[in-house]
Every structure is written in structure tokens, then in C-alpha cells.
Design a protein around this ligand. Structure first.
Ligand code: ADP
Ligand code: MG
Ligand code: ZN
Length: 485
């Protein structure tokens, strides 16, 4: 029996705002515990919320980037439940009127796990979204042996929730979805989306059903995943577990589970019977929001999206789709490449240097492209020297390494090392004549139809020039002279 997998994700994204969602406290990752708090985000009686316009604008921008419909107005509701990290006993969220509805995330090839990029089931797939809404984050709990500590710095920070349609069909697609989404969020400057810092977290809903069955299987939710590879592992585990249950004749029920990374398993947290009823109602302290002004502001900030950038790199610079995807993967890298390509004689050559040499040098030095010691103009200078045949490609690599570590310009290093290739036709002709005159036997063999001596003769010219003869030009001259008689 074959089983089909269905996955839907609820992704929480911490927005990149200076202050919290409903108060003026700073949003700062890693600040000492409980140093960014006030009566509002501590949930003290009588404190009133004031909306953060920038958070609304960033959410609207996300909606535009993902092709959502931005609702004409949205409103905030209270989601009621008790938890020690939320002293108001309700979380401000959006229930029936979220900011954004619909939309989709396009999955691109490089966003899949490396080992799955050759076996993509649905190339160019897009995953539809149900909605995007805005809410406040809760505080963070720290559990000790006999007590629990709570840090309220995170309480009330703006959190965007993106809910997908149940359209994801494998753990690898879930991985690609999160990676593609994260890239778009970074392009828009909406969030730093660092999963290690908890800036991107997600709940994974997954079910399986026998092929041929129309309705989905029981939805099982895995709470609060905080790494993309963890999401893939947890989903793969869950799919296997659910299929085994069904195959053994044990029907599944809707439930919530948690992933335990060390043991590589999921564990039951609660079943449907214990599900919350949140008793949502409109927050009486917050007026509904008209979104027309937000749309205008967000439109002005709309960046070129990753897919458009990749297509433009292929069209404008003649790079392969794969290279374009690597270059556009990260905005610092694409900016570096474009700055260099703009002044280079051959932009494609620049792309090759960036992809083959620069990236590994930068990562080898433990740096990011943003703090690359080699400015784009310096790289272009080197690429142009190689292109013009002033130095060989091999010498170029040597110069590159030295430029990267010393910061000296390419031309200075070439001079210092006496690397300039001899490309002057007149000078090379004289050398070729000398070699032909000194080697009558190989010359005669070549003329008799044996091609082998050609390389030997070329080597003699190289030797005579102390390795500086341009090999391409030398070959041309040598062949022309031998053919001429
Ligand atoms: P709830 O009301 O319990 O939050 P929703 O219908 O809003 O459930 O769906 C939450 C998420 O679960 C969405 O991302 C949706 O795509 C996904 N989902 C819904 N049903 C299933 C299912 N049977 N299998 C897998 N994912 C599902
Ligand atoms: Mg839900
Ligand atoms: Zn506050």
C-alpha cells in the first residue's frame, strides 16, 4: 500500500522593528533578562497598547512580496489562555480579519536539501498560503531544577504568522519552503530570520493517507521547531511513524506532539480532547486598521525578488541558471557580483572568479561576503589582466591568493613577481624563429605529418622566454610559421 503525505506549516517570524508591537520597549536580541519591559508588555492592570506602525508595514510588505491580497482593513483580537509567560492571560493576535490573505511561496531548486536537489518531485512548485497575520510574542521561560525563570524582553515583540495551505508533499519540500521563504524575508528586510536565534520558528502539521483516499488523514502537529534541518528530520520521522501505525491497523487521531532532537523522535503532548478553546473576541483597546496607507508605504519598499534577480542575472550577464541562483542566494553576494560585473570587460568571467575562488577564500577566512577584504573593483582588475592575457589563469590564482591576504592591487603583484606574459607578436616571432632554427629534426618530423613535436617546440619557446610567453599567441605563431614552410 502506498501512502501520500500532506504537510501544512504555521511559520512565526520575528519582525525587524526597533520597538515592540504595542509599547515603546526596545527589541534587542541577547539583552540582559528583563531589561526591556514596561507596564504594557508586563501585562500590568490598566496598561494600554499602542500599535507599532512599522510592524504593520513590514507585514504588508511581506504580503506584497508573496502575492497576497492585502485586506482593506484588519483588526486585532484577544486569544484567551493562561500561561505563566503571558500575565495578561490573553495574547493579542488577529482572528477573522488578518492583514493578508492568500499568496504563495515559489520553491527554487537550490532551496532543497543538497542531497535532494537531483530528485525534486515538482520543479517550480509554489506552495499556497492561507493567510498572514500579526500578533505579539510571549515571554520566554527558562526551566531550572526546582523553579522557572521568565524573561519578558521577548514579551510583546512583533510576530508575524504565515500559514500555508496543506500543499507540501514531503519533508524535503517543507525544507525548501522554509529556505525559500527565509530568502524572501531577508530580501525584504522584514526579519533577520535567524532560526538559531528563534527569529523564525514553525509548527508542522503532517498527515498521511492511503493513495486513492480523497480526504486527508488525521492532522498531527509538531510544535515549535527551530531549525530547517530539524523540520525535515521531524517530518520524516513522523511520516514513517504514521504510515507504520496505519499499516498495523491502528487509526490515528488529531494530536499535538513535540520533537526531541537528541533521541530523534516525536512525543505526544496532547490530544484533540485537550485542545484549547481560545474564546477570541475583538480587542476593545485597539481600533481596526485601514491598510491603504500601509500599502503605499510597502509598495515603495518592494525589493527585486530572488526569482526576478536570478532571471536577470541569466539574461544580463550570460551566467547559467545554477550560477545565477548561487549569486542571488544572498543579497551581499549579489551586490558584490553586480558591482564588479558593472565595470568588467566580461561579466561572466567575474561570475566564475566569484563562484570558484572568492566564495571559498571568504569562507576559508571565516568571513562573510559583507566583510570580504577584496573590494569588487580590485577583483575586476585581476579578472581583466587574465582576460587580456597579461597573465595566465594559473598565475591569476596565485595573484588572487596574494591580493586576498595582503590587499595589494593585482598589477603591483604581477610586477613584483615578474609575471607579465610576453604577448607582443614581434618579440614572440623572434623567439619562435630561434627555436625553429635550432631544432631542425623535430621541425622536419612535424612537417612529415607527426603532430607530437609541436608541444616540444612550444615548450622550447616557453623555456627561452623564461615561462613568460603567452601560450595561446605562441601556439598561433608557431603553427603559422611551420605551415608556411
Ligand atoms: P487549526 O484550526 O487546528 O489551526 P487549520 O485548518 O487552521 O487548523 O490548519 C493549520 C495548518 O495545518 C495549516 O497550515 C494547514 O495547511 C495544515 N493542515 C490542515 N489540515 C491538515 C492535514 N490533514 N494534514 C496536514 N496538514 C494540515
Ligand atoms: Mg493553528
Ligand atoms: Zn514594553
Amino acid at each position: 500500500m502506498k501512502y501520500l503525505t500532506t504537510i501544512g506549516l504555521e511559520v512565526h517570524v520575528q519582525l525587524k522593528t526597533r520597538s515592540k508591537m504595542f509599547c515603546g520597549c526596545a527589541v534587542e536580541y541577547g539583552a540582559p533578562n528583563n531589561t526591556h519591559t514596561c507596564p504594557t508588555c508586563l501585562g500590568l492592570p490598566g496598561a494600554l497598547p499602542v500599535m507599532n506602525g512599522h510592524a504593520l508595514e513590514l507585514t504588508t510588505l511581506t504580503g506584497l512580496m508573496l502575492g497576497c491580497e492585502v485586506a482593506p482593513y484588519c483588526k486585532f483580537d484577544r486569544k484567551n489562555y493562561f500561561y505563566p509567560d503571558m500575565p495578561k492571560n490573553y495574547q493579542i493576535s488577529q482572528y477573522d480579519l488578518p492583514i493578508c490573505v492568500g499568496g504563495a511561496v515559489p520553491l527554487h531548486d537550490l532551496a532543497y536539501p543538497k542531497d535532494a536537489q537531483k530528485t525534486i518531485a515538482h520543479p517550480d512548485k509554489t506552495v499556497g498560503l492561507v493567510r498572514i497575520h500579526l500578533e505579539e510574542d510571549v515571554a520566554k521561560s527558562f526551566h531550572y531544577d526546582t523553579s522557572t525563570g521568565i524573561d519578558f524582553n521577548r514579551a510583546g515583540t512583533p510576530l508575524m504568522e504565515i500559514v500555508t495551505q496543506p500543499e507540501i508533499e514531503s519533508p524535503e519540500e517543507a525544507f525548501a519552503f522554509l529556505t525559500s521563504l527565509r530568502q524572501i524575508l531577508l530580501y525584504g528586510g522584514v526579519s533577520d530570520a535567524d532560526m538559531e536565534k528563534g527569529q523564525l520558528r514553525c509548527d508542522c502539521n503532517v498527515s498521511v493517507r492511503p493513495e486513492g483516499q480523497a480526504e486527508f488523514g488525521a492532522k498531527i502537529e509538531i510544535k515549535n521547531m527551530n531549525s530547517v534541518s530539524g523540520v525535515r528530520k521531524a517530518l520524516a520521522y513522523e511520516v514513517t511513524r504514521q504510515v507504520a501505525e496505519l499499516a498495523a491497523g491502528r487509526p490515528l487521531q488529531q494530536e499535538t506532539r513535540r520533537w526531541d532532537d537528541p533521541s530523534g523522535q516525536t512525543f505526544l503532548m496532547r490530544t484533540k480532547e485537550n485542545a484549547h478553546d481560545y474564546r477570541y473576541f475583538p480587542d476593545p483597546d485597539l481600533m481596526p486598521v485601514k491598510t491603504d496607507g500601509l500599502l503605499t508605504a510597502a509598495q515603495a519598499r518592494l525589493p527585486e525578488l530572488p526569482a526576478a534577480k536570478r532571471a536577470r542575472f541569466v539574461a544580463d550577464y550570460g551566467v547559467s541558471p545554477y550560477d545565477a541562483a548561487v549569486l542571488a542566494d544572498d543579497q551581499d553576494l549579489s551586490a558584490y557580483f553586480e558591482t564588479a560585473a558593472a565595470t568588467a570587460a566580461k561579466p561572466k568571467a567575474v561570475a566564475n572568479w566569484v563562484l570558484n575562488d572568492l566564495l571559498s577564500a571568504v569562507s576559508g577566512a571565516g568571513k562573510g561576503i559583507g566583510d570580504c577584504p577584496l573590494p569588487p573593483a580590485a577583483l575586476v582588475e585581476l579578472v581583466n589582466l587574465v582576460d587580456a592575457g597579461t597573465i595566465s589563469g594559473k598565475q591569476g590564482r596565485e595573484v588572487f591568493a596574494e591580493m586576498f591576504s595582503t590587499g595589494k592591487p593585482a598589477a603591483a603583484i604581477v610586477k613584483e613577481k615578474g609575471m607579465e606574459q610576453l604577448s607582443d607578436a614581434g618579440a614572440l616571432e623572434a623567439l619562435v624563429d630561434q627555436v625553429i632554427a635550432a631544432n631542425p629534426k623535430p621541425v622536419a618530423d612535424f612537417k612529415a605529418g607527426n603532430p607530437a613535436p609541436l608541444n616540444f617546440l612550444k615548450g622550447q619557446v616557453m623555456k627561452l622566454s623564461k615561462g613568460q610567453a603567452n601560450p595561446v599567441v605562441t601556439s598561433e605563431i608557431l603553427q603559422r610559421k611551420l605551415a608556411a614552410g
